[in-house]
Design a protein around this ligand. Structure first.
Ligand code: TRP
Ligand code: SF4
Length: 400
C-alpha cells in the first residue's frame, strides 16, 4: 500500500491547553511518523463565527502554530500551513457549492446544534451554513485518505465523502479518458505496464480480486506517476471513470478524558484549563487551588479520592506507586491535600518542560515560525493546484 495521506485542521483559538495536547496533538505526532501529514490552521472557519470581531485571528494563529511545534509537531515530517494562504480552497468551495444541495447542508447535525448553542450570535449566514462544505473542500483538495477528528466532526467527514461521490459521479467521465489512461500506462515503464494490463484484464474478465490487489499495489509503488495519473489508472482498473476526488475516511480520535481543574473535561468554556506553556508559578497555583473531596475539611478528616478532581489528574500523571500512596494516604488522612497535589504539579511541569524548550527558539525569533509556514503554504498550494487543474477540466473550465 502507498502511504495514506493524512490531513487535519484546527480553528485558531489561541493558546492550546493540556486537553488539546492529550486529545489531539499527541495523535498528530504519532501520525506524522507513519504518514505524509498535512496540518493546517482553519482561519476561514474561525471567521464563520467571529466575523463580527475578527481582529484576534492572526495572533491566535501564530500562538497556535507555536503550540503545535512546542508539542512536537515536526515541520520536517508534516506540512504546516494556513488555510487562507491557499486560496484554492475557496475556489474548490465555490465550485462544489454549485452541486451541493441545500438540504444536505441543512441536515448536518452541527448546523442546528451550534446555532442553538451560540444563540447570542446571528449565525443565519451563508458562510455558517457552508461550514461543512468549506471543510469538504479543505479535505478533498489534498485528496486526503484519512482525517483524524473527534467524534463531533464525523458528520463533516461523511458529508465530504458524499460530496466527493457526487462530484465523481457528475464529472468522472473525461472525454478522452481512454487515451489519458493509455498514456499513463506508458509512463509505468514497459515491464510494469505489461503487469498492469495483465492484471486489469484478469480482473475485468475473470473478476480476479488478487489481480486487482496486485495492480493497486503496483500503482501505489509507481513513484513516477503523478497523483492524477494514479487516480486515472485506479479508475481504469475497475472499469469506472476517473476518481477525481478521493473519498476520505474519518480517523476517529479517542475522546480525551483529560480532566480539568474542576473535574469536568478540560475546556476553555469551563475556565478549567492549564495551557501548554503556562508558567510554572501559575501551574502550581492553579493546582494548589483545586477543590478536593469536600469531606476533608480538616487535615485529619479522611477523604475519598473518587470524590476528588485531583485524583483524576493523578490518573493521568502518576505511576502506580504514587497512586496507591494517594489512595491510602487520603483514606487514612495520612497525607494532606497540598502534599497530595505536589506530584501532580511535578508531573505537569515535567510534561511541559520539553514543550517550553521547543517553543523558546520560536518565541525568540518569530521569523522561524513564519518561514515554516511559508514553506508549508507553498507545498500545500502546489498540491492544491494539481487537484484544481483536474477539477477545472472535469467541470469543463479548461481555458487554454
Ligand atoms: N471543523 C474542524 C473543527 O472544528 C476544523 C476543520 C476545518 C477541519 N477544516 C478541516 C478538520 C478539515 C479536519 C479537516 O475541529
Ligand atoms: Fe484529593 Fe488527594 Fe486531598 Fe484525597 S488527599 S482529597 S485525593 S487532594
Amino acid at each position: 500500500m502507498y502511504a495514506q495521506r493524512v490531513l487535519s485542521g484546527m480553528r485558531p483559538t489561541g493558546s492550546l491547553h493540556l486537553g488539546h495536547y492529550h486529545g489531539v496533538l499527541k495523535n498528530w505526532i504519532d501520525l506524522q511518523n507513519q504518514h505524509p501529514c498535512l496540518f493546517f490552521v482553519a482561519d476561514w472557519h474561525a471567521l464563520t463565527t467571529t466575523y463580527d470581531d475578527p481582529q484576534g485571528i492572526v495572533s491566535a494563529t501564530w500562538d497556535m502554530v507555536i503550540d503545535w511545534l512546542a508539542a512536537g509537531v515536526d515541520p520536517q515530517r508534516a506540512t504546516l500551513f494556513i488555510q487562507s494562504q491557499v486560496p484554492e480552497h475557496a475556489e474548490l468551495h465555490l465550485l462544489l457549492s454549485m452541486l451541493t444541495p441545500l438540504s444536505w447542508l441543512e441536515r448536518v447535525p452541527t448546523y442546528k446544534d451550534q446555532q442553538e448553542k451560540l444563540e447570542n450570535k446571528d449565525l443565519s449566514t451563508y458562510g455558517f451554513l457552508g461550514y461543512p462544505l468549506l471543510q469538504a473542500a479543505d479535505i478533498l483538495i489534498y485528496r486526503a485518505d484519512q482525517v483524524p477528528v473527534g467524534e463531533d466532526q464525523v458528520p463533516h467527514i461523511e458529508f465530504s465523502r458524499e460530496i466527493a461521490r457526487r462530484f465523481n459521479h457528475l464529472y468522472g467521465r473525461e472525454a478522452d479518458f481512454e487515451e489519458r489512461a493509455q498514456l499513463a500506462i506508458s509512463r509505468l515503464g514497459a515491464k510494469n505496464a505489461r503487469i498492469y494490463e495483465d492484471c486489469r484484464k484478469r480482473f475485468q474478465q475473470q473478476g480476479e480480486l488478487a489481480a486487482l490487489e496486485r495492480a493497486r499495489d503496483l500503482l501505489a509503488g509507481a513513484a513516477s506517476l503523478s497523483q492524477s495519473d494514479r487516480e486515472r489508472l485506479h479508475g481504469y482498473l475497475e472499469g469506472s471513470g476517473k476518481t477525481i476526488l478521493v473519498e476520505p475516511g474519518a480517523l476517529l480520535t479517542a475522546a480525551s478524558r483529560m480532566p480539568g481543574l474542576d473535574g469536568q473535561k478540560m475546556s476553555k468554556s469551563y475556565a478549567n484549563t492549564i495551557t501548554l506553556r503556562e508558567d510554572a508559578v501559575s501551574v502550581s497555583q492553579k493546582v494548589r487551588r483545586m477543590p478536593t473531596d469536600p469531606a476533608r475539611v480538616r487535615r485529619n478528616d479522611v477523604g475519598n479520592p473518587e470524590k476528588c478532581p485531583v485524583w483524576q489528574l493523578h490518573q493521568v500523571y502518576s505511576d502506580a506507586d504514587c497512586q496507591s500512596w494517594v489512595q491510602q494516604g487520603c483514606r487514612s488522612a495520612g497525607i494532606g491535600c497540598l502534599e497530595c497535589k505536589q506530584p501532580v504539579i511535578d508531573g505537569i511541569l515535567k510534561e511541559q518542560a520539553p514543550m517550553r524548550e521547543r517553543a523558546q527558539p520560536y518565541l525568540d525569533d518569530p521569523a522561524r515560525v513564519r518561514s515554516i509556514i511559508a514553506e508549508g503554504n507553498d507545498k500545500a498550494r502546489h498540491l492544491a493546484a494539481e487537484t484544481m487543474h483536474d477539477v477545472r477540466s472535469a467541470m469543463g473550465l479548461n481555458y487554454r
